[in-house]
Every structure is written in structure tokens, then in C-alpha cells.
Design a protein around this ligand. Structure first.
Ligand code: SF4
Length: 482
């Protein structure tokens, strides 16, 4: 089976494809105690492990004075977090995740809710990405507003309590990216955080950077959380008094890896910010399994997280199907840093259509130099330039998928429609919704004030930002094979 993950993610370790039970490599902590001798591992019939110590007269491994001590050993467990933290393989994580985060898992929770006592039921929240909505709109030949309303009706029919749109949480992700860029440009940020700023909303790219280029690239990556993860902290905080199950609908499988990062486990609420990620394709499967055609459903009103943001229609942002990070940060920085109001952002294609640049000039002097680099080839070139100290950009919108998020690996195919035409249709429908500036989006300033205790507060920093770490290659001396 072809891997559903983005090309950049697969290429981090494609050469060691393994299945988890065959040959997993996990670095293990070895407890060395002085004076301990040789130990044998004894396996009982029931599969439990015992360490049988054999101690020699000088604390060495001679076996003439065996003390016969038996110590039961804990079984090593491999979780998805281990797979993410290990540079051994990406494909193991894939197999683990497909069972941990799937539409079947969502079904199970919805099913359990139906039979549970009222005080044991979970509040089920589903957050849908605008990219997935556009893909479903093309597949069912609907306009984006009808698609959003009918999707809300469908999820409520199968037991969800609320259905939100991650375009709302993207407002926070964009605003935090803008703020962070201006700080770094002015040299007001942590000196370790350097220019150019590289976007962080694509987990395929983040995973690749952490596993392959570690300390060279990570200080450049924006710490702003992606729309999925902002929505995660918002939902879990908003409904903190209840037991919440939060699922998102996303255009790629890489988002499952993002939701599983230990950084996105809320210590405050002792839960993951996002419990389950399903792809657009999995929503289609759910519809099929329920025997429902989206086109035939009666539309339902859209839900909103904020009283002042009564959502009658879905909204989006300017700047393309991957979130518009380049465009929003560019406009904001031009105004904030140089007092220049940019009405139209002009993209200049470079070597290929997935590599474009945008320049702000005054009197022939380049003030801002931004780029968008999509797909593995362009990412690799960008990283090489960065390593050689020859990267001319101040900001780069980096996305692992060629053509960006509308072309994610979890999006729907349409029978008899060639890929290029399908992508054009998805782009067209994605662009049919009203766009709004994140500063002006209803409810955003209200939430900054009441939820986050103000923009730039400690709480906003904690709930809207994250950090990255280089993943060390597992050395064979510290590894066990089992
Ligand atoms: Fe997912 Fe978008 Fe990144 Fe593709 S570019 S892996 S769709 S986040």
C-alpha cells in the first residue's frame, strides 16, 4: 500500500520500511548499578519476563555464587509518541496511527455515548478544515456554504454535539505568526530565534525538519500553533467542565501525527487537545457506511464558539489554500514595520509553480523578501540554502505537499476526473467563500481578552505557541532490537 503521508514525511526515513512488530528499534534506558553482575532474562509461559541475577564474588559476572534473585520486568511498550520521537521509521507510526486515530475510533466513541448513562456521556466536538470542506463540495457538487451546513447536519445526526470550522482558529494562528515575525525582524525575540521565519502549520514539514535537519533549521520555525492545534486548546479550555472528545477533519494524514505530539497534551486538563483526526476521505467513508448522501441531507445552522460570532456562512482567508500565512504576515509587516499599506500581493514564480516570491521595495531597496516553497524538492533546496547561509528570504511559507493543503494526501478523488482538473475545482470552490482579515473576524478580539487574558500574555504564549526539538538518530549501542 502506498503511504498516505506527504512526500517530505516519507522521505525522512523511507529506506527502513518496517512493520512495528517485526523489527522496532527503540532506545532503552539501561539502569547500571554498581556491583551488579550478569543478569539472565527468563521468559515464563505466560509471556512475563524475569531478570535472574547472577552475582560473582567480586561483583562481577562469575556465576559460582548465584543468589538466584528474580525480578519481574516491565514489558516495553511502544506508543505513537515513541514512534514520533524515534528516527527509526515513520512507517511504524503509520500502522499504529491508523488504528489509534481513525473514523472507526470516532464511531466507537459515538456508539459508546449512545448507550452510556447521561453523566458518563462525552461531549463530542468536530472541527472541520476549510480544505476538507472544499474537497467534499467538489465530490458532491455543492457550494461551500451548503457543504458546511450539510456536514453539520450529518455529524449531528450521528451524535456530535458541536461542529466548528478551523478557519476560526486559523485567525489566531495568523495573528500570532504576524506578531512573531515583527518581533523577530526587530530583534525583539529570543536571540536564538532567527530570520528567516519558516511557517509551522504543516506537520509533514515539521516532522521532516526535526528528524533530518534538527538544530540548523528548528530555530527558524515559527512557534505559532497550527489552526488544528489552536482549535484543540480552545475547545478543551472552552468546555473544560465537561468530558470532551474532540475530532478534526483534515486534508492529510500528517495531521494525525501533529495531534499525537506530546506537546499537545494539556497538562491542565489531562487530555489531548485533539483526540482524533480523520481525513476528508474518512468522512466520505463514514457517509457511505451510514448510507447517507451529503447532497440529500437537510442543511443545519452552523455552530459558533463565540456569542458575537454567529456563523451564518463559512469564511476563509486570502492568500491561497494553505492558510495564507505569507500574505497575512507580508501585509502586516509592511504596515507595521515600514508604514506601507499593501493592497495587492504580487507573486513572482521562480523555478516552478510551487516556488514563488513576493518582494516589498522602496526606492529600489528591498525591504521585505518573502517566498512560498511547496513540495519536497523546493523544501530541500530551501534547507540547503539555509545551511550555506545563502537564503535571501525573511519569511517562507513551507508546505510539504506540491500545490499545498488543497492537494493533501487525505483529500477525495473524483471518478473520471483527472487530478489537475480536480485540484482546479477544489481551488475554485475553496475560493468561493467570503474572506476576512483575522483582526476583524467576529469573536477573535473577544476571545483574546477573555480566554487568553490579552494578546502577548503568558497564557496566550502557552496556548497558542509550541516548541520543536531535534530527533537524534538512534545509535545501535543504545538500541535494542525486538
Ligand atoms: Fe498536510 Fe497541508 Fe502539510 Fe500537505 S501541506 S502535509 S495537506 S498540512
Amino acid at each position: 500500500m502506498a503511504s498516505p503521508f506527504s512526500g517530505a514525511l516519507q522521505l525522512t526515513d523511507l529506506d527502513d520500511f518496517i512493520a512495528p512488530s517485526q523489527d522496532c528499534i527503540k532506545p532503552m534506558k539501561v539502569d547500571k548499578r554498581s556491583g551488579s553482575g550478569v543478569a539472565k532474562i527468563h521468559i515464563e509461559d505466560d509471556g512475563s519476563y524475569f531478570q535472574v541475577s547472577q552475582r560473582g564474588p567480586w561483583g562481577t559476572g562469575f556465576s559460582c555464587f548465584q543468589d538466584g534473585g528474580m525480578k519481574k520486568l516491565e514489558k516495553a511498550k511502544i506508543s505513537l509518541d515513541d514512534c514520533l520521537a524515534c528516527s527509526g521509521c515513520v512507517t511504524s507510526a503509520e500502522t499504529v496511527l491508523i488504528t489509534q486515530q481513525s473514523h472507526e475510533e470516532l464511531r466507537k466513541v459515538l456508539g459508546a455515548n449512545k448507550t452510556a448513562a447521561p453523566d458518563q456521556q462525552k461531549l463530542v466536538v468536530i472541527s472541520v478544515s476549510p480544505q476538507s470542506r472544499a474537497s467534499l463540495a467538489v465530490r458532491f457538487q455543492l457550494n461551500p456554504t451548503d457543504t458546511a451546513r450539510k456536514l453539520t447536519a450529518f455529524f449531528k445526526k450521528i451524535g456530535a454535539h458541536y461542529v466548528f470550522d478551523t478557519a476560526f482558529s486559523r485567525n489566531f494562528s495568523l495573528l500570532e505568526s504576524q506578531r512573531e515575525f515583527v518581533q523577530r525582524f526587530r530583534g525583539q525575540a529570543d536571540p536564538k530565534q532567527a530570520l528567516p521565519v519558516l511557517t509551522s502549520a504543516c506537520p509533514g514539514w515539521i516532522c521532516y525538519a526535526e528528524k533530518t535537519h534538527g538544530s540548523t533549521v528548528l530555530p527558524h520555525i515559527s512557534t505559532a500553533r497550527s489552526p488544528q492545534q489552536v482549535m484543540g486548546s480552545l475547545v478543551k479550555d472552552f468546555f473544560a467542565q465537561q468530558q470532551v472528545y474532540h475530532a478534526t477533519v483534515m486534508p492529510c494524514y500528517d495531521k494525525k501525527l501533529e495531534a499525537s505530539r506530546p506537546d499537545f497534551f494539556s497538562q491542565e486538563h489531562q487530555t489531548r487537545d485533539v483526540d482524533c483526526v480523520i481525513t476528508t476521505g474518512e468522512v466520505f467513508k463514514l457517509l457511505e457506511e451510514e448510507g447517507v448522501s451529503l447532497s440529500e441531507l437537510e442543511p443545519a445552522p452552523l455552530d459558533s464558539l463565540c456569542s458575537s460570532a454567529s456563523a451564518q456562512e463559512p469564511t476563509s482567508h486570502r492568500g491561497g489554500g494553505s492558510g495564507g500565512y505569507l500574505e497575512h504576515v507580508f501585509r502586516h509587516a509592511a504596515q507595521e514595520l515600514f508604514g506601507i499599506h499593501v493592497t495587492e500581493v504580487t507573486y513572482r514564480p521562480l523555478r516552478n509553480k510551487d516556488l514563488q516570491e513576493v518582494i516589498l521595495e522602496r526606492d529600489g531597496q528591498v525591504l521585505l523578501h518573502f517566498a512560498a516553497a511547496y513540495g519536497f524538492r523546493n523544501i530541500q533546496n530551501l534547507v540547503q540554502k539555509l545551511k550555506r547561509g545563502r537564503c535571501p528570504y525573511h519569511f517562507v511559507e513551507v508546505m510539504a505537499c506540491p500545490a499545498g493543503c488543497l492537494n493533501g494526501g487525505g483529500q477525495l478523488k473524483v471518478p473520471d476526473m483527472p487530478g489537475k482538473e480536480l485540484l482546479q475545482q477544489v481551488e475554485r470552490l475553496y475560493g468561493l467563500v467570503r474572506t476576512e482579515a483575522p483582526e476583524d473576524a467576529p469573536g477573535v478580539q473577544e476571545l483574546y481578552e477573555h480566554w487568553l487574558q490579552g494578546a502577548g500574555s503568558e497564557r496566550a504564549g502557552r496556548l497558542l505557541h509550541t516548541s520543536y526539538r531535534a530527533v537524534e538518530k538512534a545509535g545501535s549501542g543504545l538500541s535494542i532490537r525486538w
